[in-house]
Design a binder for this molecule. Structure first.
Ligand code: SF4
Length: 352
């Protein structure tokens, strides 16, 4: 099938099968002239980095209810935004989200730039996100390549070079297919094809709009593509987490430094995280080993946190951290690893 016919076939499929997503303007509405809100496109793209659509939906709803515009988000309290982001992971994204909203308001009169070059100048917007916003929100003919698109291109063209080495080749193949007409819908159509039909393990080639042109389907190699260079085993780091509760029920929490993992997020005072961590309790107390460890996997390592608990008197004076009254404490506002620590320790520190 010639290139224009491939993109036209996919757009026709998208017109009938587009996913219903809260940040999306459906194809019929788009054709009727309704334009996507760049704020919602940007917010969804940032949230979707490293996270699934299913996980993002409720966060997107809460964020757009609390902060319905980029100006509202720019004026938000940092701690409130970080607390709402808790659980989505990759917390540098939340800090950059605020920086970006404030830059859009301060430097661009509250409007997102409509081209890749302008978007790239904003905090936290890399090449992928800039292309996605330019295409989806402003209908620029940009090539948007996420994991779904890489998989679809590797199969359509039967590319056996393993990722990540194949990235440039797959991007070039995707670019060659990007049409001048409806590039925003086209970008979303390829993503939808990858998410719903050309899925990682069992592609549904029988109902695929590109089945007649797909080289991997014809070669029988589709389920094996894309090839990936095996990842190195992730190292394990260890640490201690100190969970203290005061006689009035308050919890001892600590805001983590802005730079570094979970930067700016609230958590339990911890030791360093390393091969052999140094104990670093926030104060001298009768710490008890809980006998349970919280396990969590970050991008580059697995973490095992040994939990120590203590009950403290009203006049306890920790060297670090802040007391959070029981009534104000929301475990859901903790990042996931810290919530795991809470869930393991809470029963032993019940306060009645
Ligand atoms: S025919 Fe199969 S492998 Fe090829 S693009 Fe469609 S779903 Fe993917």
């Amino acid at each position: 099938m010639p290139v224009p016919a491939l993109s036209a076939t996919l757009l026709d499929w998208y017109d009938h099968h587009a996913r219903d997503l809260p940040w999306r303007v459906p194809p019929a509405a788009r054709k009727a002239g309704i334009r996507p809100d760049p704020y919602r496109v940007w917010l969804s793209e940032v949230m979707l980095q490293q996270t699934t659509v299913a996980a993002v939906r409720s966060y997107f709803h809460r964020f757009t209810t609390l902060w319905p515009s980029v100006a509202a988000l720019a004026a938000a309290d940092d701690a409130a935004v970080m607390a709402e982001w808790a659980g989505l992971g990759y917390y540098a994204r939340a800090r950059n989200l605020l920086k970006c909203a404030r830059a859009v308001v301060a430097d661009h009169d509250g409007r997102f730039p409509d081209k890749v070059a302008g978007l790239r100048g904003l905090p936290g917007i890399g090449p992928y996100t800039a292309a996605a916003i330019a295409a989806i929100a402003f209908d620029r003919a940009e090539t948007v390549v996420d994991g779904n698109v890489e998989r679809v291109m590797a199969r359509l063209h039967d590319v056996h070079t393993p990722l990540p080495a194949a990235k440039a080749e797959l991007t070039a193949l995707a670019a060659a297919l990007t049409p001048a007409a409806r590039p925003g819908d086209y970008a979303q159509a390829v993503m939808d094809l990858g998410a719903t039909i050309c899925t990682p393990r069992s592609p549904a080639c029988g109902i695929c709009p590109w089945r007649a042109s797909c080289a991997a389907r014809m070669a029988g190699t589709a389920p094996d593509l894309p090839k990936k260079t095996p990842k190195k085993a992730q190292p394990v780091r260890r640490g201690f987490a100190y969970v203290a509760r005061r006689a009035d029920g308050a919890w001892l929490l600590e805001t983590r430094p802005d730079s570094g993992l979970l930067g700016g997020m609230l958590g339990w005072p911890c030791s360093d995280w390393s091969d052999v961590p140094d104990p670093a309790p926030p104060l001298d107390a009768d710490w008890s080993r809980l006998g349970a460890e919280a396990r969590h996997t970050f991008t580059h390592f697995h973490l095992r946190l040994e939990i120590l608990t203590a009950r403290l008197p009203l006049d306890a004076a920790p060297a670090r951290g802040q007391w959070v009254p029981a009534a104000a404490f929301r475990p859901a506002s903790l990042p996931t690893v810290m919530r795991k620590v809470h869930d393991l320790a809470a029963a032993s520190l019940r306060h009645d």
